[in-house]
Write a protein that binds this ligand. Structure first.
Ligand SMILES: Nc1ncnc2c1ncn2[C@@H]1O[C@H](COP(=O)(O)OP(=O)(O)OP(=O)(O)O)[C@@H](O)[C@H]1O
Length: 464
């Protein structure tokens, strides 16, 4: 379903557009040099670079533009720079998570050869590294939402606002979308760009349909043919993993997923799964001579990260293990970005590392295909958590953390038929969580356009 829509959009874009030749800017050149320098690979361009002129032209022409392109094709790093070079500044870019804000801001400032906090800055929670002269600013959706509540439309005093990773449906992201739309109805000059590799584009296109008479939402898909510059990615499922490790089991799904399909299977990570992950890591280490090639493992909870960490601890002479979890300080988390020459890097992560970020030289992704979800328990009248199977969209984002700076291999720890039965998308948080706090905050908003929670929530992409 996702593939079908994306392919349809891709071919539309190719047919509709007279693709202009690549115009490579100084920032872009610098990014390429950076990549060559860091990774020892010669990369001629990221796929979005070939569409630079087209992207700028469409954003200038339309108030809302959707950019859809495979993970790693260059959306987050390049599109803000394209707009800067077209003099559409200042530019605001939101990311769903703090880690992604800092990682992308850091990468773009390095690509532009400037100090972080000067031309390129960021703002997450209480940490702000930007100046009044910053021309590209990265923020979390939560920070932007707070600012819109406090300052109304003046929080959007930018020439262009990029809402990156729109498929991530946190309450904050959905509320940012609805507030931005309200302000767009009053501001003709603002340009909004939505970006994602896996979003359901038809929904976003429809959402902005009523913006104004004769207006349309431009959908720009980065054509598959333009994506050949990307590295290869190969996906394996439990069947192949077991073959690889020489384990024979007729009941793979039963042993490692507790059932034949997502609706019947318990999501908890059994010791067998931790054991399988360890065996896989050891197998990779033995067979991959390039020590710089790292392994990224997705697990659902801090407890699971700890369990896996304990299994790896006795092997500290071979492996350097990093933990990426929401509770870890961003500075500490950024240490996982370093390429190591002495040890094999193993990164144990929850979905904090699922989208946006490039961790250089991650060549292997092991995906447990589980995730922790918070929901409002109406009976107990409190927030609760549950382990769920990821959606295909989430799994594709996880897959996209490799194949960015080198070829990638993905191991999904479910059988192929089990994977095919996963939902396409996860349920938006706005339909799962209590909105009491958000409603109170909305009531306090300065701007009349966004201070009536009942009206505003009805205008959300999925009204609660
Ligand atoms: N820190 C980095 N070090 C080396 N290369 C990087 C770094 N950050 C980005 N890149 C390179 O730039 C490419 C584009 O990254 P970018 O984040 O712009 O892609 P994207 O299309 O936004 O991906 P996603 O949809 O996953 O967010 C990556 O595939 C990678 O090759």
């Amino acid at each position: 379903m996702i593939t079908a829509v994306r392919q349809q959009e891709s071919s539309k874009s190719v047919n509709d557009s007279k693709l202009s030749g690549p115009t490579i800017s100084s920032g872009t050149h610098h990014l390429l040099n950076l990549r060559r320098k860091r990774d020892g690979v010669a990369v001629s361009s990221t796929p979005v670079m070939a569409l630079k002129d087209k992207i700028v032209e469409k954003i200038l022409e339309n108030r809302v533009t959707l950019i859809v392109g495979d993970t790693g094709c260059g959306k987050s790093s390049q599109v803000p720079q394209f707009l800067l070079e077209a003099n559409m500044k200042p530019i605001l870019c939101t990311q769903p998570r703090r880690f992604a804000v800092v990682a992308v801001a850091k990468m773009v400032s390095e690509a532009r050869n400037c100090e972080l906090g000067a031309q390129v800055g960021y703002h997450i929670g209480h940490s702000k590294l930007m100046s009044p002269r910053s021309e590209i600013v990265f923020k979390t959706a939560g920070v932007l939402l707070d600012e819109m509540r406090d300052k109304g439309s003046s929080a959007l005093n930018y020439k262009a606002i990029i809402l990156d990773e729109v498929h991530e449906r946190s309450v904050e992201s959905d509320l940012v979308l609805v507030c931005v739309k309200q302000f767009l109805l009053k501001n003709n000059d603002l340009r909004v760009v939505l970006m994602s590799a896996t979003a359901d584009i038809a929904r976003y296109r429809d959402y902005f349909k009523d913006l104004g008479r004769g207006e349309r939402v431009e959908v720009l898909a980065i054509p598959i043919s333009n994506q050949k510059a990307l590295f290869q990615r190969r996906v394996s499922y439990l069947e192949q993993v077991n073959e690889l490790l020489g384990v024979s089991s007729d009941l793979l799904a039963q042993t490692y997923c507790s059932g034949p399909n997502p609706s019947m299977a318990a999501t908890d990570i059994k010791p067998e799964v931790h054991r399988l992950i360890l065996d896989l890591i050891l197998h990779i280490h033995k067979n991959e001579p390039d020590i710089e090639k790292g392994i990224l493992v997705f697990l659902p909870t801090y407890y699971d990260l700890e369990q896996q960490w304990h299994r790896l601890k006795p092997l500290s002479s071979s492996f350097k293990v990093h933990i990426l979890h929401g509770s870890i300080d961003t500075k500490q988390a950024l240490k996982a970005m370093k390429i190591l020459k002495s040890h094999r890097k193993v990164i144990l992560a929850t979905n904090i590392a699922e989208s946006s970020v490039t961790i250089p030289k991650v060549a292997y992704v092991i995906d447990s295909c589980r995730s922790l979800q918070v929901f409002w328990d109406a009976t107990r009248k409190k927030d609760s958590t549950e382990l769920v199977w990821v959606s295909k969209s989430q799994a594709n984002q996880r897959q996209g953390r490799t194949g960015r700076t080198c070829d990638g291999q993905i191991y999904r720890l479910v059988t192929r038929s089990f994977f095919n039965k996963l939902e396409d998308y996860e349920c938006p948080a706005i339909l799962r969580l209590s909105l009491r706090q958000q409603v109170l905050l909305m009531c306090c908003a300065e701007s009349r356009a966004i201070n009536d929670p009942k009206v505003l929530l009805q205008k959300a992409l999925d009204p609660p």
